[in-house]
Design a protein around this ligand. Sequence first.
Ligand SMILES: [Zn+2]
Ligand SMILES: [Zn+2]
Ligand SMILES: [Zn+2]
Length: 90
Amino acid sequence: MSPNESCAHIDAIDTVKREKRHVCEECVKICDEWIHLRTCQTCGVTLCCDSSPNRHATQHAQSSGHPVVASAEPGERWLYCYPDDAFAEY
Ligand SMILES: [Zn+2]
Ligand SMILES: [Zn+2]
Ligand SMILES: [Zn+2]
């Protein structure tokens, strides 16, 4: 599958979950900082991206098996699926 094509996980999403608060829910617990935020489309948790020191979104995807995140950055409207390395704008 090409990296720019969406996958069954992304196709299954009707309504994109947006962040509840604009913070990484794990970084705030340890008083650390983040760069960008991603919202898990399975459970709705908002966590930090791979440019952030703790990479909580990737850790969450690997430990929970939740495949798809959405960007939680203002003005960004895209989804990413970890297992398929698929990216889609919406
Ligand atoms: Zn997928
Ligand atoms: Zn974090
Ligand atoms: Zn999740």
